[in-house]
Design a protein around this ligand. Structure first.
Ligand code: COA
Length: 184
């Protein structure tokens, strides 16, 4: 049988706008749950998603100047991943840095270069903004994401405690220094 476009990994990444807030919220909640079920407290996950992955939260990010990219299947254009970059709120952040607040892909689509396409979009944006570094916070128990970030040149710079639905978890803060474009 010929594989469908989705089975072959048929997806595309595009810049997201305010009308995509519902899609970002849906993918955000779905990926947060499938990533952290069994790792973090269940009630804390539910409370966290209700507050941080609601449509209004993503509308507010975008209205506040954040940039986002949405990955959609070629077939049916269903949302399957996104990345979101905004002003940093992290220990170790310096003026001129930006933060990768979210990078999520649904697990069915892992290992097909989708995470790379999203992080490349975020890094290109950060360089275009002449940011000094791209920062992010990641749960210390999230081995897959930690390995992914290390492969993409992120190094540890600080630690923080991160509130998930009223419970506190240890995060690693990572940074990738950005080379400036030629001529700047
Ligand atoms: C971290 C995350 C975004 C990575 O996304 P991903 O889609 O799995 O990433 P990629 O497919 O680009 O890379 C994973 C591997 O697939 C490989 N790969 C397979 N097919 C590929 C293709 N066609 N093109 C490029 N890379 C491909 C990559 O090279 C990489 O392999 P490596 O270990 O040899 O480097 C994703 O795992 C995720 O969303 N996890 C859950 C949520 C999460 O933890 N987010 C971070 C919170 S801080």
């Amino acid at each position: 049988m010929t594989p469908s476009a989705t089975e072959r990994g048929g997806w595309a990444v595009r810049r997201a706008g305010p009308d995509d807030a519902a899609a970002l919220a849906l993918v955000g909640g779905a990926t947060f749950l499938e990533t952290f079920a069994g790792l973090l407290d269940g009630a804390a996950i539910v409370a966290h998603c209700a507050r941080e992955h609601k449509e209004a939260a993503y509308r507010a990010y975008l209205a506040g100047g954040a940039a986002a990219w949405l990955a959609e299947t070629d077939e049916g254009r269903a949302p399957i991943g996104f990345a979101l970059v905004a002003q940093p709120a992290l220990p170790g952040a310096q003026p001129g840095d930006l933060e990768l607040k979210r990078i999520y892909t649904l697990s069915r689509f892992h290992g097909r270069g989708l995470g790379k396409a999203l992080i490349d979009a975020a890094l290109t944006h950060a360089r275009d903004q002449a940011a000094a570094r791209l920062l992010l916070g990641v749960y210390k128990g999230n081995d897959r994401a930690l390995a992914f970030y290390a492969r993409h040149g992120f190094v540890p710079i600080a630690e923080r405690m991160f509130d998930v639905g009223g419970k506190s978890y240890a995060d690693q803060v990572l940074a990738k220094p950005l080379e400036r474009h030629h001529g700047r």
